[in-house]
Design a protein around this ligand. Structure first.
Ligand code: NDP
Length: 458
């Protein structure tokens, strides 16, 4: 894939970029290594000051950055601005809490191990490589960079090829905020050159957010090098609606949970599993509101759903829906490509999706919802867990016992009750099964890329 900004609203190539040469990549790894040697000697307070300044810069530049996100990947502008501000909040969160999350943990009674003092400390590990996607071009990167730099590590970013201007902005953000030059560096390289960087001895670990094949490939290389990885891959999250739910609220939230960011979120609800007693009512409310969404230019403030970020992504979605319809699924709304430039797809609701159809097991990365009828809560659980993914899940019920029943049994990295899945700096984020390994955010996120050092003193 060319490294280029191609406006998904028009299909026009705005700007192309040359990939870094091998010598430029080498220079950037060397800069990151030298910055790490400096950074590891700095205090939490010093790093926190720089991190807060980086957050200030994001806030000061919110309008320009919001417009850049909308230009590069088509997110409606209000959401793009919100992403910038959320990223700033995430950086401040780690500025405020890193020291507490990484505080030494002394053993209460060191005599049991024959020591005068013993316990653990968290130490930085060095350069961490981040391979990142285009769907939240700032947030996905900064939720990694904030904790990594606060821990005293350096970061190298290989961003998705279709968001190079976001990548270039991030290349200088931390340096402008005061961090040692090179503490965070972008590598403008294609996916095929990730392997060489990951095998470099100075690069100690990697994190990837993106598709399952990309995650598997990175993890295999890291495994052969005995390097730690965090993977945040796809999801096909269930959104379960039980008879005691507030149906109006559930339907309204379902529309946002599926269609926000043009439906291109790993934690979007994708499979709506509805108890038979409320199926007709919920499905009617849901499909009516999806049909009322405004599809259009993401720079227009009235637009709810903009284009799919890439032509191949739109084609994939079209093929998944065509396959389902050909095999007997029923369209409640949408299912068409609007007559206009750019890579738009009508928000779509389907029912009658069966295991023979691609949509049953694959992730739909766009505004396409499948509604399933469940005969009982056991049936709802079977459908919810009947996927290779396990990122997050949502369940709508006002029954206390049922709430606990689902929380215990859903095979997912998170369960949201009577709400939609979202990421918060305060809560860990990540999946089970093919959705990934490890956790981002909260205390767990900053500890992933640390050396948990055991100290024993005689
Ligand atoms: P990819 O997984 O291909 O891209 C994500 C990042 O990984 C990009 O930086 C990409 O670089 C890089 N990459 C791709 N293949 C490799 C590889 N073999 N080794 C190392 N790095 C690699 O996602 P796509 O953009 O192609 O989207 C495809 C699907 O992935 C979506 O339909 C969706 O299902 C899923 N996805 C999930 C996301 C999530 O948030 N979990 C985010 C984005 C996509 P480059 O751009 O240069 O190819």
């Amino acid at each position: 894939m060319a490294i280029a900004t191609i406006n998904p609203t028009t299909g026009v190539t705005e700007q192309t970029f040359e990939a870094h040469t091998d010598a430029e990549v080498e220079d950037r790894i060397a800069q990151a290594q030298s910055a790490y040697e400096t950074l590891r000697q700095t205090s939490f307070a010093q790093r926190a000051g720089w991190m807060r300044r980086a957050a200030d810069l994001l806030e000061e530049e919110v309008e320009r950055l919001g417009r850049l996100i909308t230009l590069e990947m088509g997110r409606p502008l209000a959401g793009a601005r919100a992403e910038v501000l959320k990223s700033a909040k995430g950086l401040r969160f780690y500025a405020d809490h890193a020291e507490e999350f990484l505080a030494p943990e002394p053993l209460a009674d060191p005599s049991v191990v024959g020591a005068s003092a013993a316990g653990t400390r968290y130490a930085p590990i060095g350069i961490v490589l981040a391979v990142m996607p285009w769907n939240y071009p700032l947030w996905q990167v900064l939720r990694f960079a904030g904790p990594a730099l606060m821990a005293g590590n350096a970061g190298l970013l290989k961003h998705a090829s279709n968001v190079p201007q976001s990548a270039i902005y991030l290349d200088t953000l931390f340096e402008r905020a005061g961090f040692p030059a090179g503490a965070f560096r972008t590598l403008l390289i294609p996916a095929s050159r990730v392997e060489g960087v990951l095998r470099d001895g100075r690069v100690k670990a990697a994190t990837l957010t993106g598709s399952e094949p990309a995650g598997r490939s990175l993890a295999a290389i890291a495994g052969s090098e005995v390097k730690h990885v965090v993977l945040e891959l796809g999801g096909s999250d269930p959104f379960i609606v039980m008879p005691s739910a507030d149906l109006e609220r559930a339907a309204t939230v379902a529309v946002t949970a599926r269609n926000q960011n043009n439906g291109q979120s790993c934690i979007a609800a994708k499979r709506f599993i509805v108890h038979a007693d409320v199926y007709d009512e919920f499905t009617r409310l849901f499909a009516e509101q999806v049909a009322a969404l405004t599809v259009g230019d993401p720079f227009d403030e009235g637009t709810d759903v903009g284009p799919i970020a890439t032509q191949s992504g739109r084609d994939e979605l079209e093929e998944q829906v065509a396959d389902a319809v050909a095999k007997g699924a029923h369209l409640l709304t949408g299912g068409t490509v609007p007559e206009r430039d750019g890579w738009f797809y009508e928000p779509t609701v389907l029912e009658g999706v069966t295991p023979e159809m691609r949509l049953y097991l694959e992730e739909a990365f766009g505004p396409v919802a499948a509604v399933y009828r469940a005969a009982s809560r056991e049936d709802a659980l079977r459908l919810a867990n009947g996927t290779t993914f396990g990122l997050s899940s949502a369940v709508w019920t006002r029954d206390e016992e049922e709430r606990e029943w689902f929380i215990d049994r859903l095979d997912a990295g998170a369960v949201f009750v009577n709400g939609m899945t979202a990421s918060y700096p305060e809560l860990p984020f990540g999946g089970v099964k093919d959705s990934g390994v490890g956790r981002e955010l909260a205390a767990a996120g900053i500890r992933e890329f640390c050396n948990l050092k055991t100290v024993w003193e005689g």
